[in-house]
Design a protein around this ligand. Structure first.
Ligand code: ATP
Length: 578
């Protein structure tokens, strides 16, 4: 498959409003061409008056006035058409991006994805305004008047026509030279903007932790660096764009045009090649010619920005959706199996290398291993945050890729530390676990998660609005809210980050009790950091560099005296048993 070019991407994105864009462009072309009429009328009236034929001047006065009316009327209509088209396209693209976001792998949002999506939906769609609402009108405007002028002026004197129009290619060349580095600067600016978006999300995500430790830390530094970097890039862009604009303004100013046309024209009159009255159209029309061209030039920067924005929207829309099964199946049982599973993020080194394991229905499997050994990644493959590059993950014997995606997500409750809330009431946040749950069900889940009393103590109880990052809720309350949500989901498979259970020591007992309710009788995979919490697990998988280094029960692993036993001893002194 060949990569789509920028032009095909823009063509694809603007397809829904293409007809209206063409209509607006055609009207803008006619409006621009009609802009010649007032200038031509003045020149003709002057010629008639000089010839003593003043009585015919009225007809030209009427033509000139009609030209002004057509130019204004069609110009405004064209702009209205494209602006309405832009409003519709913005809505269409935002919905299309949102629909696409729903189809891409969930894991994409954990990497650069959130920042990319935010930029596409917020900034890029808005930046495309110029492309849709103005660019084609500007181009039509810059063509209509010169073409009409060529036809009119050539009828007066072709040599002077060439002189008058010669400025345009000279100006184009000069200006293009001045603009040639701008696309690179623009690409830098876009990249810097993306870095800020990602750094903002990362910083805001971590703000609780940052505040809790009273330190600004690495995330803040990355955020500050991104802001500085953006400032420097913007300054470079502004300097170069300013120089380019100055060159354009100087060469296309009415004074420059007047100088060339009047100078050459006077010479030609002196040489007897041109009648003095015939210089008038060139002076009048020549001075009016650069105006639409200037608009076009001034719009090139915005156009480039809009093209970059469109290209980025195209890239986000090109993120491959998670393949959906042709004939979706429903899991009949809830045991889990990993068969020779390998996985790498993007083009990085493999994070999982040939992992095989079985987790019987209703059993608890603990994943342990050094940081970065792939525990979280392995767990993410179950609800298809990503699909493995090789091997298979099965639920009840069925490849998860063959399961109906919605059923799969409903069957798996995820209780991780980084599960965020949505900006809505506590009740609706809980109801995410089961959209059909009654208020009584919601309250029962909150009670089971030891959260009910705390919710009632809030100003609006269950109707208190929480922010995406918790807002009024304490860390422990947020944890219990995610647990209550998972309880409501009543999923047969529970994926748990053990860190969730002990981050808030005050509430540890309550959190533990609610977790016990959540995991009872389910197939559970728990990512464990403190080994004493998982000694009862039915099996423990020890991951090391993406491989299963050891597996077995706590006792068997201690007896085997391998990596697990060493980790146990380092956490619990020299005891050999719990
Ligand atoms: N979204 C991602 N994009 C790229 N690389 C990632 C992503 N998530 C994790 N990684 C990398 O994959 C490797 C395994 O990470 P993973 O989070 O699975 O390990 P872990 O064993 O759960 O670690 P920890 O105990 O620190 O949470 C790490 O090198 C990590 O940097």
């Amino acid at each position: 498959m060949t990569a789509p070019t920028a032009a095909t991407r823009i063509g694809d994105l603007t397809r829904p409003v293409r007809g209206r864009l063409w209509a607006g462009t055609a009207l803008a072309f006619i409006a621009s061409a009609a802009g010649l009429l007032p200038y031509a009328a003045i020149a003709e009236i002057a010629a008639l008056l000089l010839d003593g034929n003043g009585s015919q001047a009225w007809a030209w006065a009427f033509i000139g006035a009609a030209g002004v009316a057509v130019r204004l009327g069609l110009g405004v209509t064209a702009a209205l058409i494209t602006h309405y088209a832009d409003a519709d396209l913005q809505r269409h693209l935002r919905l299309r991006l949102a629909r696409h976001a729903a189809s891409v792998p969930l894991g994409w949002f954990g990497g650069r994805g959130s920042g990319e999506l935010k930029k596409a939906v917020d900034d890029d769609v808005e930046d495309m305004h110029h492309l849709v609402a103005h660019a084609s009108l500007d181009i039509a405007g810059a063509l209509g008047l010169p073409l009409a002028a060529i036809a009119y002026l050539a009828a007066v004197d072709w040599r002077m026509t060439l002189v008058t129009l010669a400025l345009l290619p000279i100006a184009t060349y000069t200006i293009q030279r001045a603009h040639r580095t701008l696309p690179d600067r623009m690409a830098e600016l876009t990249a810097a903007q993306l870095r800020i978006n990602n750094a903002v999300i990362e910083y805001v995500d971590g703000i609780q932790v940052v505040k809790a430790y009273g330190r600004r830390g690495r995330r803040y530094r990355r955020f500050a660096e991104a802001v500085d970097d953006f400032g420097d890039t913007l300054a470079r862009w502004t300097a170069e764009a300013g120089r380019a604009m100055f060159a354009s303004l100087a060469i296309l100013s009415p004074a420059a045009v007047l100088l060339v046309v009047a100078g050459t024209g006077t010479g030609m009159i002196a040489a007897g090649w041109l009648a003095p009255v015939d210089l008038l159209p060139f002076l009048l029309v020549g001075v009016g010619l650069p105006a639409p061209y200037m608009t076009l030039l001034q719009s090139t920067q915005l156009l480039r920005k809009a093209q970059n924005a469109a290209a980025h929207v195209g890239q986000v829309l090109a993120v491959p959706p998670l393949p959906a099964p042709a004939a979706a199946r429903t899991p009949q049982a809830f045991d889990l199996a990993f068969e020779d599973v390998s996985f790498a993020y993007d083009d990085d080194a493999p994070v999982l290398r040939g992992v095989s394991a079985r987790c019987p229905a209703g059993s608890t499997t603990a994943l342990v291993g050094p940081s970065g050994s792939g525990k979280t990644t392995l767990v993410r493959l179950i609800p298809r945050f990503f699909d493995p590059d090789a091997g298979t993950v099965r639920i009840g014997g069925t490849d998860v890729r063959d399961l109906d995606p919605a059923t799969l997500l409903r069957s798996v409750a995820i209780v991780f530390q980084d599960v965020t809330l949505i900006r809505d009431t506590i009740r609706e946040n809980l109801r995410l676990g089961d959209p059909d749950a009654s208020d009584a069900d919601v309250e029962a889940a909150a009670r089971a998660a030891h959260l009910h009393e705390a919710i009632l103590a809030l100003p609006d109880g269950y109707d208190t609005v929480v922010e995406a990052h918790g807002g009024a809720l304490s860390g422990g309350q947020r944890q219990r809210l995610t647990i209550a949500r998972a309880l409501l989901q009543d999923a047969p498979i529970v994926l748990l980050d053990e860190a969730t259970a002990h981050i808030d020591p005050e509430n540890e007992a309550a959190v533990r009790a609610s977790l016990a309710r959540l995991t009872e009788g389910r197939t559970v995979i728990v990512i464990a950091h403190r080994l004493h919490t998982i000694t009862e697990a039915d099996q423990i998988l020890v991951l090391d560099s993406g491989r299963v280094a050891e597996s077995g029960t706590h006792e068997r692993l201690l007896a085997a005296d391998g990596a697990y036993a060493r980790a146990w001893r380092s956490q619990h002194g020299t005891e050999t048993d719990r």
